[in-house]
Design a protein around this ligand. Structure first.
Ligand SMILES: Cc1ncc(COP(=O)(O)O)c(C=O)c1O
Length: 387
């Protein structure tokens, strides 16, 4: 029987990155094996800390983010949790924007609170006034700007300035903008998080996340936390994210342009009460968006005329090109619904009305607009019939 240790015939070069699988990493000598931990956070010791496929992806993402280091994780949620778990301990105070991703808030509320972490939500449309929420034991501020349902903008540079003055760490979920539109690390944020599930992957066929940072000490802590929590990202998924990244720029540009066009049209539609989208001049977050962001991505929300649930059913059921789904950022358009009860439950709610969220894909924008107008016609018919 031949040796099970993989020997790859050389030379071989390809445009495609290799998918390298490993639970077990093998070493050339006992001395090498004994020193494997010293090679962390970049080196290989066991499958859990990644293989060259993950490292290659991490280097590409770090470059995109303008950061020195990156750690990939199995989902966007795991990237958010890993960052918090790496640095926040019992007795600490954690500030979380009320517009942060729901599962992060649930994690903070249901798990961290039991570990004696004092979790406090703050209003998302905030800047330097964050100082009013800082306590002597505040360890980290979690941001998401804009919030990816109701789209409130935070003044990230102003929050960072306050955080640095108080020695508080900052992390930002940057999935809405992607580093093509906003680079949190360039604005002094300590950790830039992306749900690579969305724009990076781009095709709605994988889950992945990433944490980018500049500080080497933080990197060592994040790598150790990722490994200790058992968060390995499949090399196949790393490969798919790398493939997605090759077209990110063109997808992002095309989807951003279509989204802006559709949002501007819907703003004039009589069944639409409000378009929540900071790229529009009418949005309260527009000035901050214009100052800090280079583009606006594919995600925005609508508040329609007040109407019973039936009218929303008619709207969604009429749509032909917007499957109903809670995700976004892929090449196919999607629509999601957040009922009024959910808005009422949220801390610092923006509205007491239902929210319709649209993710605009690569389809013809004129066709998408026609579809949405047909949905709004059905919405109106049901709304008027019920009055
Ligand atoms: C803004 C934002 N952050 C994080 C996540 C979590 O990403 P994942 O689904 O990869 O866990 C999502 C998912 O919808 C999201 O919308």
């Amino acid at each position: 029987m031949t040796s099970p240790i993989q020997k790859v015939p050389q030379p071989f070069r390809s445009l495609a990155p290799a998918v390298m699988r490993a639970s077990t990493v093998v070493f050339d000598s006992l001395a090498d094996f004994t020193r494997r931990k010293e090679r962390q956070p970049d080196g290989y010791s066991y499958g859990i800390t990644g293989t060259p496929t993950a490292r290659q992806l991490e280097h590409r993402i770090a470059e995109l983010e303008g950061g020195a280091h990156c750690v990939v994780t199995p989902s966007g949620q795991s990237a958010l949790m890993t960052t918090v778990m790496g640095f926040v301990r019992g007795g600490d105070h954690l500030l979380v924007s009320a517009a942060c991703y729901g599962a992060l808030k649930t994690f903070a509320d249901k798990w961290l609170a039991h570990f004696n972490v004092e979790v406090e939500l703050y209003p998302p449309a905030i800047g330097a006034e964050i100082s009013e929420y800082i306590k002597p034991n505040t360890r980290m501020i979690c941001m998401e700007s804009p919030g990816t349902v109701t789209m409130e903008m935070s003044d990230v540079p102003a929050i960072v300035e306050v955080a640095k003055r108080h020695g508080v760490l900052t992390m930002m979920d940057n999935t809405w903008a992607s580093p093509l539109a906003f680079k949190p690390l360039e604005h002094g944020v300590d950790f830039s998080i992306e749900a690579a599930t969305k724009f990076f992957g781009g095709h709605s066929d994988l889950l992945a996340g990433c944490i980018s940072m500049n500080d080497a000490g933080y990197y060592a802590t994040v790598r150790e936390t990722q490994s200790i929590l058992g968060q390995q990202t499949s090399p196949d998924d790393c490969f798919l994210v790398m493939r997605g990244l090759q077209t990110l720029k063109v997808r992002f540009a095309a989807q951003s342009a279509s989204t802006l066009q559709i949002a501007r049209e819907l703003e004039r539609h009589p069944e639409v009460n409000k378009v929540l989208f900071p790229a529009l001049q009418s949005d309260p977050g527009h000035a901050i968006w214009k100052r800090d962001f280079a583009s606006s991505g594919c995600l925005f929300s609508l508040i329609l005329q007040p109407a019973p649930e039936d009218a929303f059913n008619a709207f969604f059921d009429t749509l032909q090109h917007f499957p109903i789904g809670a995700s976004w950022g892929g090449v196919h358009s999607l629509a999601a619904y957040y009922p009024a009860s959910l808005q009422a439950e949220r801390a610092f709610p923006l509205t007491d009305q239902p929210v319709v969220r649209l993710s605009i894909g690569l389809e013809d924008p004129a066709m998408l607009l026609e579809d949405l107008c047909a949905g709004l016609d059905a919405f109106k018919r049901t709304r008027v019939a019920s009055t």
